[in-house]
Design a protein around this ligand. Structure first.
Ligand SMILES: Nc1ncnc2c1ncn2[C@@H]1O[C@H](COP(=O)(O)OP(=O)(O)OP(=O)(O)O)[C@@H](O)[C@H]1O
Ligand SMILES: [Mg+2]
Length: 402
């Protein structure tokens, strides 16, 4: 656990200080505000979220901000233990109750008296253990393994966490519905890192600042990290920073220093974007300088899937940036008659290729380079003869945006 142990540890147990929780995202800020309110409320809390999102840290914060902060925070991982071990771990055992039980041993529930018990991975509990836990939650009584007598009544706040979908487990008969209702008095969900990309940079800074290595990540590398899907969430990012900071070249971590899986995902996106720009560029030049027209030459390429929807959008974007956001001007630019206005817009809408013209209204019109850079096959002579080739420059000079 990465929490910092405070200097004011009470006798018998260490007092936690709030673990550092770095964020730049609104979702997490709102969640942290909720955590503080939930902490003071004192009710049972269920924390859900994918592996590595920070559920442990949230559980610690609940304890630290609660009225039980001077009491113990006792974590139990329900996944790492067999059913019988988990039972003795939670409820304790008496001497002689099984081979190797040489003395009485208090369970974690007793150790957590006046504090918080953090039941991690609660979705991994067997149905029998779920029944025992439910009985405890109903009456607060702890019965040690091997003892017929009721041993103790304890005052414990239970905070549970899981990366499983407990509602689905209830539907599948793997988790008790009555236990779920008992545990989920307050529900806190921690979103995955891919849904809060704003956190990537601040987390990288945080993990770098924790180490002695003086490194910084280049802008390109940070962009690749932001694009990664992070299936292992913050823990995966933490590991990546740990591994790569030692590979820094003159203090800088760039794309080549990133692990292969992350690098290739980033590179393939860059390659795709670059290819799209290239295709759109070539088609645009073919229209403006090569005599291609939209319906005769571009449209068939789209129908035969030689160009994708993204290529089409990119091409329309090029056109709109020249026409200052006017689709009517774009029509003439792409060699379509004015009465095709509706047909063209319908075509874009039907294939989800429309581009919002408003973003181009405020921008100064782009003046494309005069030199043609066409890689498409040239038009036949006949084709070329009956076209009036207008340059993009002429078009922007002659037509005002409508
Ligand atoms: N917002 C954050 N700021 C700083 N460190 C974080 C943050 N979120 C997570 N971490 C770090 O990432 C690692 C994983 O976090 P944690 O163990 O809390 O995740 P978890 O959701 O409990 O994962 P699991 O489901 O695997 O138990 C820890 O080292 C933790 O300190
Ligand atoms: Mg955890």
């Amino acid at each position: 656990m990465s929490s910092l142990i405070g200097p004011t540890a009470a006798p018998g147990h260490s007092r936690l200080v709030p673990p550092i929780f770095v964020t730049a995202s609104t979702q997490i800020r709102q969640l942290l505000a909720l955590v503080e309110r939930a902490a003071l409320g004192g009710g049972k809390v269920l924390i859900t979220g994918e592996s590595g999102v920070g559920k442990d840290l949230i559980a610690q914060r609940i304890h630290v901000f609660s009225t039980r902060q001077a009491g113990p925070f006792v974590p139990v991982n329900c996944a790492g233990l067999t059913e019988s071990l988990l039972e003795t771990e939670l409820f304790g055992h008496v001497k002689g109750s099984f081979t190797g039980a040489h003395r009485d041993k208090a369970g974690k529930l007793q150790l957590a008296h006046r504090g918080t018990l953090f039941l991690d991975e609660v979705g991994e509990m067997s149905l029998r253990m779920q029944a025992l836990l439910l009985r405890f939650l109903e009456n607060g009584e702890v019965q040690a393994v091997g003892s017929d007598l009721l041993r103790a009544t304890v005052d414990v706040r239970v905070v549970a966490a899981t990366n499983r979908n407990l509602d689905e487990m209830v539907a599948a008969g793997q988790f008790r519905e009555d236990l779920l209702y008992r545990l989920r008095v307050i529900h806190l969900h921690v979103p995955p890192l891919r849904e809060r990309k704003e956190d990537v940079r601040v987390l990288v800074d945080h993990f770098v600042s924790r180490s002695a290595a003086r490194v910084s990540f280049t802008e390109r590398a940070l962009q690749v990290l932001e694009r990664h899907r992070w299936p292992g969430n913050v823990r995966e990012l933490e590991n990546v920073v740990e591994q790569t900071k030692w590979l820094a070249d003159q203090g800088a971590v760039d794309i080549p220093q990133l692990p292969l899986a992350i690098r290739t995902a980033g590179e393939s996106i860059l390659v795709v974007n670059e290819r799209r720009r290239q295709v759109a560029d070539d088609l645009y030049q073919a229209i403006i300088h090569g005599g291609y027209s939209f319906w005769e030459h571009i449209y068939p390429l789209f129908l035969s899937r030689d160009m994708t929807r993204h290529d089409m959008r990119e091409l329309v974007t090029r056109g709109l940036s020249v026409s200052r956001g006017s689709y009517r001007v774009l029509l003439r630019l792409f060699r379509m008659p004015p009465h095709d206005y509706k047909r063209f817009l319908n075509f874009l809408a039907a294939h989800d290729c429309g581009v919002d013209f408003r973003q181009f209204r405020k921008l100064p019109a782009q003046r494309p380079e005069r030199r043609p850079r066409v890689v498409l096959p040239p038009l036949s002579e006949a084709d070329r003869d009956d076209k009036t080739v207008i340059s993009a420059l002429d078009a922007t000079d002659r037509f005002s945006a409508v």
